[in-house]
Design a protein around this ligand. Structure first.
Ligand code: GLA
Ligand code: CA
Length: 736
């Protein structure tokens, strides 16, 4: 039985929050002292402490005495059960593509737009066979039209050229605008034996007998939100001139290798495309065709701005649709119609949306979407207070407050904790051949990053218990050694190497990596002849938009100090952080992990550097070559084998091998892992039970927002552009 919200609240309240700064401020200080070591009664620590205290033994003599520690198995996470029980179903239980005898739309659309000749009748705006959501799978059944979903986001829109690499500010805005060939978010409720990405823009597909060709059938007769037909031309523009153009980096980083080296895509006709893979039955790539690596943009609008078809530079192409540009055509349910800098983005229903309910009502039910431009922490605050409607509660610093405030019966929002799917790692930059063009010091750090002893030193200097507790006390955070998350199907504890916190062993590892404090100022120096023999200073790239990222970074600085490594924070706003990461301009980075570690099957190509530009922290140098370490090559081989097989037992076994190689070698340095909660205002209906905040995708995808509605008696008066629809692309905004 899952504990009641009340029980969870009590645990949290008893635990209380801890002042992050305060805790970390005192941490790390006395830890290397002889007194602390003696109290601990550990001989190795004691010897190291003596050395650290500058007694008779020289540092190297102590290191020779000290031993490095063997890894152990990770401890079991404290009990924390997810609150919502998922009702598992088959794909056909959720939706089907079929024509219905009649279709409906909001009355005001018929009256103000169809009857006046501004829009064709709804049946002519829909595809031949729309996507039809089944009533039985809708928690509250067929909905009614009206109302607004008020999001709050911490990002800011750079512009609307998603496939050209621009972010819309995250928090579900791009997820709601872009539709992709397949869909992954709702897979959290698909039965294990039917687990495969859901059809979406690709309504069906079949494999050739030899398994090398995949023929996909697109929805026929669907239209962009401006009424222009959606065809294979949109896919080909995305594929040829964005994914395969090395000068373009689509927002979520799709590259040719994302779909397998040597893969080709061809259009047979307007509604048929054929993929040809080097491997037979590479079903894994169906996941890559979901959000966000195969979500085509409107070719009729974007193509004329692309350098291949215009005089534009690539920079001009990328920036051709600034946030002020309204009514960018989308395949998603809502279209941007208003933008006020640092204030709000407003989207209105797409009159050509191609999904309906079983009664033939064109979706979405919700007329409007708001994205208030604020901070991520404010998203939690507003959702709990009822001035916002939706939040992924993912920053543990706000857990206790949010729990307390949601506990009362008349609280405006529901708060439901899910499994431990949020986690952070510290990633070293593994490129030693020029990615990001490091200077002499940076290059020396890259060389250290590639040294096993160095990474073991780092991981052993991290006190994960304290780090987790610095975010929130209580049964939330757990020790995360790195690699595949515990609590996901592919996790195997026995294949997981955990290097517990052990400063003495960490120092011995550092010594084995060739680092000594030659000038006795407490910071180890590069060996003579490397980077001027200076103190080892490492920059850590941190996202300023999230308190959790900053708290963890502060913890790392404090924990590396007694080890003798100076960490210098490069804390910048999310947009800039992402750009620096893309460009390889970092020594280490703090990173909130994504779906390859939570689900393994989603974003699988991110598990290891399978292509020159696919990894988050190891990309090719200027010569286009990846300088993979031997163990990385093993990870790449295992990942490719995983992608190539559909055999469940083999896959499990491959991921055991993966986890072993990954954690033995401390590839990514795990920090902490904890559950998140979905907060949704109580007036919303059709929120699937037990929706995780991030398993196969973020909750904004998984809850199927186009199907959510507000019962008539609960509808609020939040629409800013009532009874209007998006206007022509680039025009001022919504029209009556
Ligand atoms: C940000 C937020 C997440 C989620 C995603 C959606 O990353 O932190 O909670 O909303 O955007 O892309
Ligand atoms: Ca020094």
């Amino acid at each position: 039985m899952a504990p009641s919200g009340h029980a969870v609240l009590q645990m949290a309240a008893a635990a209380g929050t801890s002042g992050v700064g305060g805790r970390l401020g005192t941490m790390g200080r006395g830890q290397g002292s002889a007194v602390a070591a003696l109290k601990g009664g550990n001989m190795k620590t004691y010897l190291m402490a003596l050395g650290g205290a500058g007694l008779l033994l020289s540092v190297s003599a102590v290191a020779a005495l000290a031993q490095t520690e063997k890894p152990t198995l990770p401890p079991d996470p404290p009990k924390f059960e997810a609150q919502g029980q998922v009702d598992y179903v088959g794909v056909k239980d959720i939706f089907e593509f079929k024509a219905l005898p009649e279709y409906h739309e909001p009355d005001w659309v018929t009256k103000n737009f169809v009857d006046t000749g501004k829009l064709p009748p709804v049946k002519d705006r829909l595809p031949k066979e729309p996507l039809v959501y089944k009533k039985a799978n809708m928690v509250d059944g067929i909905g009614v039209y009206g109302d607004t979903l008020r999001h709050v986001i911490g990002g800011r829109p750079e512009g609307w050229n998603y496939i050209g690499g621009q972010s819309q500010g995250w928090g579900g805005i791009d997820i709601g605008m872009s539709e992709c060939l397949t869909r992954s978010g709702p897979l959290f409720e698909i039965k294990a034996d039917e687990l495969e990405p859901l059809p979406n823009l690709a309504k069906s597909w079949e494999w050739s007998a030899d398994g090398k060709q995949l023929t996909m059938h697109l929805i026929e007769g669907a239209k962009w939100s401006d009424g222009v037909p959606f065809t294979s031309e949109d896919l080909m523009f995305y594929w040829n001139d964005n994914v395969n153009d090395p000068n373009v980096t689509p927002l979520n980083g799709a590259t040719p290798a994302t779909f397998g080296e040597g893969t080709t895509l061809e259009a047979k006709d307007d509604y048929t495309v054929v993929w040809t893979f080097k491997q037979p039955f590479a079903k894994q790539y169906l996941y890559q065709m979901a959000y966000g690596t195969f979500c085509p943009g409107p070719a009729h609008i974007l193509k004329p701005q692309h350098p291949k078809y215009s005089k534009n530079t690539y920079e001009q192409y990328k920036n051709a649709f600034p946030p002020e540009y309204m009514n960018i055509p989308v395949m998603g349910a809502w279209v941007p119609v208003e933008y006020r800098p640092d204030d709000i983005v407003v989207l209105r229903r797409n009159p050509y949306y191609w999904k309906v309910d079983e009664a033939g009502n064109q979706l979405p039910y919700l007329n409007e979407m708001h994205y208030k431009l604020s901070t991520w922490a404010d998203r939690d605050v507003q959702a709990v207070a009822g001035s916002g409607d939706f939040a992924n509660l993912e920053q543990p610093e706000s857990f206790v407050e949010a729990l307390k405030r949601s506990a009362s019966k008349d609280a405006p929002a529901r708060l439901e904790f899910g499994p431990r799917l949020i986690g952070y790692s510290l990633y070293p930059n593994y490129s030693a051949n020029g990615w990001g063009e490091p200077d002499e010091r940076g290059q020396a750090v890259r060389d250290l990053n590639r040294n096993d002893h160095f990474r073991k030193a780092i991981t052993e200097a991290v006190d994960r218990k304290r780090l987790g507790e610095s975010l929130v006390k209580g049964p939330f955070t757990t020790i995360y050694p790195g690699g595949i998350y515990s609590g996901t199907v592919y996790y195997d504890k026995d294949s997981t190497a955990y290097y517990p916190y052990d400063l003495a062993s960490a120092k011995a590892e550092l010594e084995l990596a060739g680092l000594k404090d030659t000038d006795g100022d407490g910071i180890v120096n590069f060996p003579a002849g490397t980077a001027g023999g200076k103190n080892v200073e490492v920059t850590l790239l941190v996202n300023a938009d999230y308190q959790t990222d900053k708290s963890l970074a502060d913890g790392i600085v404090a924990m590396m100090e007694p080890l003798g490594i100076r960490v210098i924070l490069n804390t910048v706003e999310g947009k800039q952080r992402d750009a620096l990461q893309q460009a390889g301009k970092f020594d280490w980075m703090i990173f909130r992990n994504t779906e390859e570690l939570t689900s393994v099957v989603q974003k699988t190509v991110n598990l290891a550097p399978v292509g020159p530009q696919t990894s988050y922290y190891h990309r090719a140098g200027k010569d286009g070559q990846l300088d993979l370490l031997p163990f990385e090559q093993q990870l790449v081989d295992i990942t490719n084998k995983f992608i190539a097989t559909s055999d469940g037992a083999e896959r499990k076994d491959l991921m055991k091998q993966f986890q072993k190689v990954y954690t033995d070698n401390v590839y990514g340095i795990g920090l902490t892992q904890y559950p998140g909660a979905l907060i949704i205002n109580k007036r919303f209906a059709n929120v699937p039970k037990g929706t995780p905040i991030n398993l196969f995708n973020w909750a904004e995808d998984s809850v199927i927002r186009e199907r959510m509605f507000v019962p008539a008696e609960k509808q609020g008066n939040y629409e800013l552009h009532a009874e209007t629809l998006p206007g022509a692309p680039g025009s001022a905004g919504a029209v009556k």
